[in-house]
Design a protein around this ligand. Structure first.
Ligand code: ADP
Ligand code: TRP
Length: 378
């Protein structure tokens, strides 16, 4: 059976029902096709969380979220990145084979660089503009006014301030993680002989880098030492709409948590914007944010029934919101119940599947390291 792996960052917020439908439930399906492992990349999380207590709370909550979907006796291997001994040794070995020029191309790093360069460019342009304005003569000229010059100088001031902030960020916050991130991620995959990694588009470049790195090692020794992983992007997975009709996302704050309480669910549904048609008016279900969610989470027959009511009239948005509430509450209830049960467990009990997973993945890493040692010597 081919091996699949994915890392789930302990971000702190509970997954929303978009994450659940788009990433967590498909994982259950994938586990039937692949030998599947998921892990908590807590070393990667150090890039943004610098408080051990918060990190561990996030890890506990993340674990609960996944166990609520998969069950405690799941076939899926669950493990914790920092518990595996030797992963960072592999990272170092891989970094010795990774061209500097390859890492310069990483988005994580380039974004920092280009933001700084962008301001430097804009400032050069603003300075040039002021020079030109001065040359044309602000006084007496009917093309250039004193205001033009003032405005240009104000813009320069503004840009210089922003550049200052960006530089501060660049020199203070641009740590080596930004550069090494893709190499650690490559170790996460290559270290366990994984074949496939389901990724979102944002992680695609990292995965290509992992593949390149494995290839450099194999090419150097002219042997198949490391397995070259492949990304899988499932385009068939539907995008779940949020409360405002856009894609449901943490960053749009338009989401419903997979553990949302009945009361909060009601409040959130009440905020869904609709048009102002009255109760008796026939309505178009296909342009309505409420119906978009009904369609996603309802049973086929009830969706059709509600669609007919929309078109007929006599069915108001209050009714639709009430129906949506019933549909979503029914969908969320089993996860909410599982959460309540799992949250009663002590850390020791909760992390039992992780201990099992750690042991299994440690053995896999050891095997890969042993294989490498024959060629590399360490
Ligand atoms: P967010 O946009 O809320 O920050 P993430 O980027 O952390 O979500 O998403 C994690 C995973 O959840 C992604 O791999 C993606 O497949 C899935 N996902 C996120 N939002 C949606 C959505 N609205 N519909 C379907 N899947 C989603
Ligand atoms: N970089 C991934 C993210 O930001 C997390 C991650 C780390 C990962 N190592 C991985 C994902 C290995 C897949 C495979 O979400």
């Amino acid at each position: 059976m081919k091996r699949m792996i994915t890392g789930i960052k302990p971000t702190g917020t509970f997954p929303h029902i978009g994450n659940l439908m788009g990433a967590m439930l498909p994982l259950r399906e994938n586990a039937k096709k692949y030998d599947t492992a998921i892990f908590i990349p807590d070393l990667h999380a150090l890039t943004s969380i610098r408080d051990g207590k918060i990190l561990n709370e996030n890890i506990r909550n993340g674990l609960i979220s996944y166990l609520a979907v998969l069950g405690r006796d799941t076939e899926v291997t669950i493990f914790r990145q920092s518990d595996i001994v030797g992963l960072n040794k592999l990272e170092w070995i891989l970094s010795c084979f990774t061209p500097y020029s390859l890492m310069l191309r990483a988005h994580t790093f380039k974004d920092f660089e280009s933001k700084k360069e962008d301001y430097e460019y804009k400032i050069a342009w603003a300075k040039w503009r002021i020079d030109v304005l001065k040359e044309l003569g602000p006084d007496g000229s009917n093309v250039v006014t004193v205001n033009d010059l003032k405005w240009a100088e104000k813009e320069l001031q503004d840009l210089s301030y922003k550049l200052g902030e960006t530089k501060k960020e660049y020199y203070d916050d641009l740590n080596m993680w930004t550069f090494n991130y893709p190499i650690l991620m490559a170790a996460d995959i290559i270290g366990y002989d994984c074949d496939v990694v389901p990724v979102g588009k944002d992680q695609l470049q990292h995965l290509e880098m992992a593949r390149d790195i494995a290839r450099y090692v194999n090419h150097h020794y002219q042997a198949d030492i490391l397995r070259e992983p492949k990304a899988i992007i499932d385009d068939a997975i539907a995008v779940i709409p949020g409360l405002d009709g856009r894609k449901m996302s943490k960053s749009y704050n338009n989401y419903i948590s997979m553990f949302e309480s009945t009361a909060d669910l009601k409040k959130k549904i009440a905020t869904i914007p609709t048009d102002s048609l009255g109760l008796d008016d026939p309505k178009n279900p296909d342009t309505c944010n409420v119906f978009a969610l009904i369609k996603t989470f309802g049973e086929k027959n009830e969706v059709e029934e509600i669609r007919t009511k929309y078109k007929k009239g006599g069915y108001g948005y209050g009714h639709a919101k009430w129906d949506l509430h019933i549909i979503l509450d029914r969908f969320i209830a089993p996860y909410r119940d599982a959460y309540a049960e799992l949250n009663k467990l002590s850390d020791d009990e909760l992390f039992e599947p992780v201990r099992r997973g750690n042991a299994k993945m440690q053995a896999r890493l050891d095997e890969v390291m042993k294989r490498m040692k024959k060629y590399i010597g360490v």
